[in-house]
Ligand binder design. Structure first.
Ligand code: THU
Length: 129
């Protein structure tokens, strides 16, 4: 599976973004270890704090369908630089040990990073088990 395919899936998911408050559409897509792709968008709420980011929507869709091994995640938005995941999503990615994160924007810029680069010294189950 090439990165372009995952970015395209994220772009498609972005079209479903429910973002009437911020008007900022985000799309994401995860690739499971057995080659399936799950897309997700940001879903806002009048109670702003319960908004779900696109990355977590995509990850939670995959996990809720039985996929806990996530090889890659692409995220895309209409940003100047490739869209960077928020801290909460980085922590959620750490839980499922997402291997590669592909950040992208609508202009076609991309940046690929590891979770370790995005979230060094992360808190995990190893800290209390
Ligand atoms: N958002 C995401 O979906 N992913 C990110 O990584 C950054 C922020 C969403 C949340 C909210 O709906 C909007 O973008 C503005 O913060």
């Amino acid at each position: 599976m090439d990165d372009k395919t995952l970015i395209e899936a994220a772009k498609k998911a972005r079209e479903f973004s429910y973002s009437p408050y911020s008007k900022f559409k985000v799309g994401a897509a995860v690739l499971t270890s057995d080659g399936k792709i799950y897309g997700g968008c940001n879903i806002e709420n009048a109670s702003f704090g319960i908004t779900n980011c696109a990355e977590r929507t995509a990850m939670f869709k995959a996990v809720s369908e039985g996929h806990r091994e996530l090889d890659a995640l692409a995220v895309i938005a209409d940003t100047e630089a490739p869209c960077s995941p928020c801290g909460a999503c980085r922590q959620a990615m750490a839980e499922f040990k997402v291997k590669r994160i592909i950040m992208a924007n609508l202009k076609g810029d991309t940046k690929v990073v590891t979770l370790e680069e995005l979230l060094p010294f992360s808190f995990s189950d190893a800290d209390f088990q």
